[in-house]
Design a protein around this ligand. Structure first.
Ligand SMILES: *Cc1c(COP(=O)(O)O)cnc(C)c1O
Length: 231
């Protein structure tokens, strides 16, 4: 690896792997959005990624996305994705900092986010996070409750339902988990036909996610290197 530009090298290598996985599955890589997860890293990393052409950044904590976005507010064409659990009382701050919220998992949170969108603003883009495990402590709506939540979100003028998101369980083959996610994505499309986004795949499983039809990959450490300890 070129020591002078390890970040550029890691980014290029991941993008090559995405392109290869797309080709192997008869998909067009241009229909796949690679989001770089920068949690725990300083805003200077976001700036370095921007200089390499990255335009989609994800964070999982409200305080961190709010602070970091403020530090690089000159990078006006960045899209900020929020992928973490959200307390309802933080909905307004998340809405202010994020262009897309991947982690909507309950009606009360949808209501709070919708309440933070003014009538003259474009709707906030929403993905339903689905819990593919039976552990309720993991974020996400239970698999049985996906369609009612989709209907609830679709009824809010301030929200635009774009699709689904999930994290593969630790104790299940990611390909099998992402196949179930694809089934849920189809059910959500039966509620909102153009909710076509599937956010799946991290450092350890993004090739399986591409094979299962993911449209948005959330990749952290393969690109950023190891995360520093919690700030
Ligand atoms: C941290 C995080 C990622 C990225 O994880 P890596 O394994 O570092 O790629 C993706 N999705 C969510 C929800 C995360 O919190």
């Amino acid at each position: 690896m070129n020591e002078a530009a390890p970040l550029a090298d890691r980014l290029a290598r991941v993008d090559q792997r995405i392109a290869a996985a797309a080709r192997a599955n008869g998909r067009d890589a241009s229909e796949i959005t690679r989001i770089v997860v920068t949690k725990f890293h300083p805003a200077s990393l976001v700036r370095d990624l921007y200089d390499l052409g990255v335009r989609d950044i994800a964070e999982n904590r409200q305080q961190e996305i709010t602070a970091k976005r403020g530090e690089v507010s000159d990078l006006a064409d960045l899209r900020w994705h929020f992928v973490g659990q959200i307390q309802t009382n933080k909905a307004r701050a998340v809405r202010a900092a994020a262009s897309v919220v991947h982690s909507v998992d309950r009606a009360k949170l949808a209501d709070a986010l919708a309440g933070a969108v003014a009538a003259d603003e474009p709707p906030l883009e929403i993905l339903l996070q689905i819990n593919l495990t039976s552990d309720v402590a993991r974020g996400g709506v239970s698999e049985a409750d996906v369609v009612p939540l989709a209907e609830h979100v679709a009824a809010h003028a301030g929200l635009r339902l774009r699709g689904v998101m999930a994290v593969a369980p630790l104790d299940e083959d990611p390909a099998a988990a992402f196949a179930r996610l694809a089934d849920h994505a189809a059910r959500v499309r039966s509620v909102v036909a153009d909710a076509t986004w599937v956010s799946a795949g991290m450092t350890g499983d993004f090739e399986e996610a591409v094979a299962a039809g993911a449209t948005h990959l959330r990749i952290g450490s393969a690109i950023t290197g190891n995360r520093p300890a919690h700030p």
